[in-house]
Design a protein around this ligand. Structure first.
Ligand code: TYD
Length: 135
């Protein structure tokens, strides 16, 4: 099964000018990008996520602030990833439950492999665990 992983983006620029980082599908992003969305103004006592996807793959960047992802696989093994720099991306394969925490003013950018489809979500944790190898 494909594992989640941190991706380091190249940075072009320097401290006096600022930086640019680039995501290109099938180059440093391992899927075709069909959708882009961003999440912002999440109070830092709120946890978002609490779902898994059957098919969707995602690449997440904290373009501002710090975002903490806890990913759980179907064997209930947890991994925590801290996105604390815009040169870091988190690749999330299908089939991982995610819990997401945001620092004040964090902005989450998501590149997604599929268009929005609520039927692709699993929002019930026990259903996720019981799906076994189905996803
Ligand atoms: P959701 O994916 O549950 O957000 P998070 O994981 O950040 O907590 O989406 C929140 C709401 O927004 C939900 O009602 C579905 C809707 N939504 C869309 O309509 N289109 C989209 O592309 C996304 C990502 C969400």
């Amino acid at each position: 099964m494909t594992e989640p992983k941190l991706i380091k983006f190249n940075k072009i620029g320097d401290p006096s000018l600022g930086y640019i980082s680039i995501a290109e599908e099938n180059k440093n992003i391992p899927f075709q990008i069909k959708r882009v969305y961003w999440t912002y103004f999440t109070p830092n006592h709120v946890e978002r996520g609490q779902h898994a996807h059957k098919k969707l793959e995602q690449l997440i960047v904290a373009v501002s602030g710090i975002i903490e992802f806890t990913l759980t696989n179907k064997n209930e093994k947890k991994q925590t990833f801290i996105l604390d720099n815009p040169d870091k991306g988190l690749y999330i394969p299908r089939g991982y439950w995610r819990d997401i925490k945001f620092s004040h003013s964090a902005v989450l950018l998501c590149l997604a492999s599929e268009k929005y489809d609520e039927k692709d979500y699993i929002r019930d944790y026990s259903e996720f665990i019981n799906l076994g190898n189905e996803i």
